[in-house]
Ligand binder design. Structure first.
Ligand code: PLP
Length: 463
């Protein structure tokens, strides 16, 4: 009997299924989903999966929330779509008001979109139009970090630092300057974490000077790393220095909170951990929580006013601000507050982080456990001291993902190509309504999957 056959199910082969007309990244087939509730999904054969990654860090309030569904039904009975150039709608107005109240400083202008890449495109375009409207037409460069992930559209790819995703499109993408992401936990030098934070932030100033400050429009960063860096948390000193440098050169600071927003990290915004004051914030994923496609850009009124005065923001998407998505977003926000998702993410995140730390002691090839709230990451390495990557041929990230999947749990695992190095990593990011027993369930299945990975790839285990 093969190992796969002895497991609850083998996910890949479902030979009776007809060929699909759909195509995505790979030819991999997955079971047909049937229903979902809380942190679990069931396929059509009745097999249960734990959603250890909230889909793609989306379903923050959990699956099948009755209150959200009821609010959506009420909206559906009235109107699902009314184009924003023809009508205003209460759901969009109210959601904008509520989101604005959660934003720092004067970021009380909200622009709705349908997803994260659209939010990033919107941020880049608003920044540029602001520069034009304020007689700074030379400013166009958006400095980004490497590695980073900001979306799949061409404009968002221009500021995405992941060669595997951008290389093929290089001729079509306007090259943007980048600085290293602050992976201070991997540095082996005599500096303190705080000194390292300053060193990474100062790289922004060096880059601004080498690009010509008059040409630089903005700096975009994920306050806590997402897909490209697996929950990278910069040292505390990083944030105020970045703000200081942006102010010094009149450069806009864009926080991409598509993954970290909506309470994912234990505060409503990732940047709230450091009282950050960016000029623009992008949101998506958790604000719709998988109930409807929804994203938003929050911008300072200092930016929006000159753009509107000059004739308007030359940008927009058909589905932006549609009543159904906004009603879903509003109900998600209500549920997030009623269930104290931020508080639970902080408490359960700490528990899960401790569990992962325990696993990293047992499996020394799991290193660099990090994150905040329920966005927790680690690297899969050959050497936990030097963070030397595992050989690419082992395909450790995909194998771990598969081994967990076979055991009934979805996790997020990727290999990042950045700066010449390739590092496998994992992210744990279950819905923010998870309880302590379910954290234990995730830890047990992950331990089992890591045990299987170690046996398969001949990796060390401390017994
Ligand atoms: N920005 C960040 C930080 C993300 O994590 C993502 C998606 O993972 C995006 C932007 C793109 O969002 P979407 O896939 O909804 O276009």
């Amino acid at each position: 009997m093969s190992q796969a056959a002895s497991l609850p199910f083998a996910y890949a082969a479902e030979p009776e299924r007809p060929a699909s007309h759909l195509f995505y990244v790979t030819r991999l087939r997955r079971p047909l989903v049937d229903r979902a509730e809380g942190i679990y999904l069931w396929d059509q054969r009745g097999r249960r999966m734990i959603d250890g990654s909230s889909g793609a860090m989306v379903v923050n309030v959990g699956h099948g929330n009755r209150n959200v569904l009821d609010a959506m039904k009420r909206q559906m009975d009235r109107v699902t779509f009314a184009y924003r150039l023809h009508f205003e709608n209460e759901a969009a107005e109210e959601l904008a008001r509520r989101l604005a109240a959660k934003m720092p400083g004067d970021l009380d202008r909200i622009f709705f979109v349908s997803g994260g890449s659209e939010a990033v495109e919107s941020a880049i375009k608003l920044a540029r139009q602001w520069a034009v409207a304020t007689s700074q037409p030379k400013r166009w460069k958006v400095i980004t970090r490497f590695p980073s992930y900001h979306g799949g559209t061409i404009g968002a790819l221009a500021v995405t630092g992941d060669l595997a995703l951008t290389e093929s499109f290089a001729p079509q993408i306007r090259d943007m300057p980048s600085i290293p992401a602050p992976a201070a936990y991997r540095d082996r030098d005599n500096l303190s974490m705080e000194q390292r934070g300053l060193r990474y932030a100062d790289m922004l100033e060096e880059k601004i000077l080498s690009e010509g400050p008059e040409n630089v429009l903005a700096f975009i960063m994920e306050p806590i790393g997402g897909a490209a860096t697996a929950a990278l948390v910069p040292p505390d000193s990083y944030f105020p220095r970045i703000r200081e440098i942006c102010d010094k050169y009149g450069i806009l600071l864009i926080h991409d909170e598509v993954m970290t927003g909506a309470a994912r990290t234990g505060r409503y915004l990732g940047g709230d951990h450091w009282s950050c004051r960016p000029d623009i914030i992008t949101l998506s994923k958790g604000i719709g929580s998988g109930y409807a496609p929804l994203g938003a850009m929050a911008a300072s009124r200092r930016l929006v006013k000159p753009v509107l005065d000059m004739g308007g923001f030359q940008h927009g998407y058909t589905y932006a601000g549609n009543p159904l998505s906004c009603a879903a977003g509003l109900a998600v926000l209500d549920e997030m507050e009623r269930l104290d998702c931020a508080g639970n993410a902080a408490a359960m995140g700490e528990l899960l982080r401790q569990e992962l730390l325990g696993l990293s002691r047992r499996f020394p090839f799991v290193a660099g456990v990090r994150g905040k709230g329920l966005l927790i990451g680690a690297d899969l390495v050959a050497d936990p001291e030097s963070f030397a990557p595992l050989p690419k041929s082992l395909n450790a990230n995909q194998r771990l993902l598969d081994l967990a999947y076979e055991r009934g749990m979805i996790i997020y695992s990727r290999r990042i190509r950045g700066g010449g190095a390739e590092l496998d990593n994992i992210i744990l990011a279950p819905p923010l309504i998870i309880d302590a027993a379910q954290v234990g369930e995730i830890s047990a299945i992950l331990g089992d999957a890591l045990e299987a990975l170690a046996a398969e790839l001949d990796l060390p285990v401390n017994r």
